[in-house]
Design a protein around this ligand. Structure first.
Ligand code: MLT
Ligand code: MN
Ligand code: ZN
Length: 307
């Protein structure tokens, strides 16, 4: 995809990183790894779980995913506070998959204020099969189905298109040997644009084929899966047995990692959905030095991005 850019339009896209962490957050309740310990002692900032807020007018906001920490995240973000007795600037929620860290926060949004919930048919099915989500009263919460590669407008002035990225079904639906690089509705990336500003949000991605690199290249900003630094960091650190590949997350480092694969990006490049095991969280690590040298930022809770 190529774009000819002449003069920049006035339109802006505003993003607030409500939660930069992956599932479990930082520190994770049961984890004593280097990064979790550093977060407990104030050496590095804690992170809540994976959610962004996006707006074009500063008044109406869409949430991209809804983390289990959403109640706290909304309270911590003045732009998302109610402006009247019972209302909310949150007008829409867009889900990129059915993982716990992306859907559990929907339960926080159950108190009879209207919004539209956008998800693929596959993700909507997961929600309808879990009857606890029927607390989202359909009188107030409209469920809209996202068709892949088809534009939709979660907010006036903001257009979004979802595309399949390599990934897997949620952990709690896995069988014996799940396909971890499946292409379909279960894991999507989002292209968001307003006027000539374009941003991509891809919090979970198992591989970076050439077509995806080309799609991301011209964007003003890319917020990409920063779960892990090394594919084997969980087994190596003793925090778990799974590799990144097994979890459906491409590592940042290594010859085929996202740092190497995405070196041709033109706009801001920001890692988000960062797992607590990721050594790039430590300011003095070799991983952080490599990330910074390649022009990447690591998202943090409360970070604001204006394009
Ligand atoms: C993931 O991103 O791999 C999942 O959120 C893991 C999980 O469900 O805990
Ligand atoms: Mn996750
Ligand atoms: Zn940890």
């Amino acid at each position: 995809m190529t774009r000819v850019r002449t003069t920049r339009s006035e339109a802006t896209v505003r993003i607030i990183v409500l939660g930069a962490g992956a599932g479990g957050g930082l520190p994770q309740w049961n984890c004593g790894c280097v990064q979790c310990a550093a977060a407990r002692t104030g050496v590095i900032a804690p992170m809540t779980q994976s959610t962004l807020a996006v707006s074009v007018d500063g008044r109406n906001w869409a949430l991209l995913n809804a983390s289990p920490d959403l109640r706290h995240q909304l309270a911590a973000s003045p732009a998302l506070h109610p402006t009247g007795l019972r209302d909310s600037p949150v007008k829409a929620v867009v889900l990129t998959n059915g993982d716990v860290d992306h859907i559990a926060g929907l339960l926080t949004l159950r108190e009879k204020t209207g919004f539209t919930l956008f998800a693929t048919e596959a993700t909507h099915q997961i929600l309808s099969q879990n009857t606890v989500f029927s607390v989202l009263d359909p009188t107030f919460v409209r469920r809209e189905t996202i068709a892949l590669d088809t534009d939709f407008c979660p907010l006036p002035g903001l257009t979004v298109a979802a595309y399949a990225v390599p990934g897997k079904i949620p952990l709690y639906l896995e069988g014996e040997a799940p396909d971890v690089t499946m292409m379909g509705e279960q894991t999507i990336g989002l292209r968001l644009w307003s006027g000539d500003r374009e941003v991509h949000y891809v919090p979970g991605c198992a591989a970076l084929p050439d077509w995806l690199v080309s799609l991301l290249e011209p964007a003003d900003a890319v917020l990409f899966d920063g779960t892990i630094w090394r594919d084997d960091e969980m087994p190596r650190s003793g925090t778990g047995t799974k590799t990144g590949a097994r979890m459906g997350h491409l590592a940042m480092g290594g010859p085929d990692g996202s740092l190497a694969r995405l070196r041709s990006l033109r706009g801001r490049r920001i890692y988000t959905h960062v797992n607590n095991t990721n050594s790039a969280l430590m300011p003095d690590s070799a991983a952080r030095a490599a990330v910074t040298a390649a022009g990447w930022e690591i998202a943090r809770d409360g970070m604001e991005i204006a394009l």
